[in-house]
Ligand binder design. Structure first.
Ligand code: HEC
Ligand code: HEC
Length: 255
């Protein structure tokens, strides 16, 4: 029995849209035997099931903003092996599928909704990204793994990839809230994050104030003072900057 391999080689989900499916149908119609996404469809029913799997998989990939290879093993020849279990993401995905089904049952029970209706799907949480965590948690993990530089790099990379997506809170308020979490414990993280923020928002007086505060936690008042001066230049009415600067100058005089 002939098996026609269809190439679902990982590309971005958007690239997987309709074109390959037209090809599937054409091939199916032409020879009546086809491998859809690795499932041999020798009969119309099997072909149908293969297509359903393919559509479900395509949807799942789109929900997470990933290609098939994110979860499936891809061999050295770039051929995906959809039955293989070697990729740990596949195991996570299976557990997530069970969890999502469980959540739906609870939603139906709570609201009297119709069983079978999809209330919650992967996209409800994932919204187009593979790891839908609060941005503060992403930064925390990066700090634990790789310190201040890692945190800045992780934030930058997320912002670059997902700025347009309504998943991570890239607002200045959230970024500064995170920076403040680190001013005492790990001032270099706060300094790195505020310096990065100033690249995008150079007139952010409050970033200068937070950075200055972080420097004082490193006993580096000499770096803090010009930062507070800069904050006041940007915002002459900034009371926090003024009071803090005054305090630091008094302290320096006293030494
Ligand atoms: C988010 C992770 C994830 C992505 C992305 C994903 N899959 Fe899957 N796939 C799974 C899981 C988990 C299973 C096993 C489901 C189960 O056990 O019921 C599976 C099963 C399959 C199967 C059935 C394999 C078998 O055992 O017969 C095929 C075929 C398949 N995927 C194809 C694809 C294709 C094609 C893509 C890209 C369009 C894709 N998958 C994207 C997680 C994923
Ligand atoms: C209730 C919210 C929620 C739903 C619904 C959900 N996920 Fe997740 N998923 C998460 C969170 C949160 C994480 C990140 C966990 C972590 O890294 O600590 C995650 C992580 C993952 C990962 C690991 C990603 C990586 O690259 O490390 C995979 C794969 C995944 N989810 C697949 C799915 C699939 C497939 C579905 C739908 C069947 C789904 N999830 C539905 C919340 C959800």
């Amino acid at each position: 029995m002939a098996e026609v391999w269809l190439d679902f080689t990982p590309t971005r989900p958007a690239g997987l849209m309709m074109a390959p499916m037209n090809r599937v149908w054409r091939v199916c119609a032409a020879i009546g035997v086809v491998a859809v996404a690795g499932v041999l469809c020798a009969s119309p029913a099997a072909a149908q099931k293969g297509l359903e799997t393919y559509y479900a998989m395509q949807q799942m990939g789109a929900d997470l903003g990933v290609a098939c290879a994110h979860c499936h093993v891809v061999g050295p020849d770039q051929r995906p092996d959809y039955k293989a279990e070697g990729n740990p993401k596949k195991g996570i995905a299976r557990k997530m599928m069970e969890m999502t089904a469980e959540i739906n049952t609870r939603v139906w029970l709570a609201t009297g909704g119709a069983p079978g209706d999809k209330a919650v799907t992967c996209v409800s949480c994932h919204r187009g990204v593979p790891v839908p965590l609060p941005i503060a948690t992403v930064v925390k993990r990066a700090v634990e793994r790789e310190g201040a530089e890692g945190a800045v790099a992780a934030y930058r990379s997320l912002r670059k990839q997902f700025y347009e997506r309504d998943v991570y809170d890239f607002s200045e308020a959230e970024l500064l809230r995170i920076a403040r979490l680190y001013t005492d414990r790990e001032p270099d993280v706060a300094i790195g994050l505020t310096r990065m923020n100033l690249e995008w928002r150079p007139a952010s007086a409050v970033s200068y104030v937070v950075m200055a505060y972080a420097y004082t936690r490193k006993f580096d008042d000499r770096s803090a003072i010009p930062l507070l001066e800069k904050a006041l230049e940007l915002e002459p009415e900034n009371g926090a900057a003024r009071g803090y600067l005054h305090q630091l100058r008094q302290f320096q005089k006293g030494q």
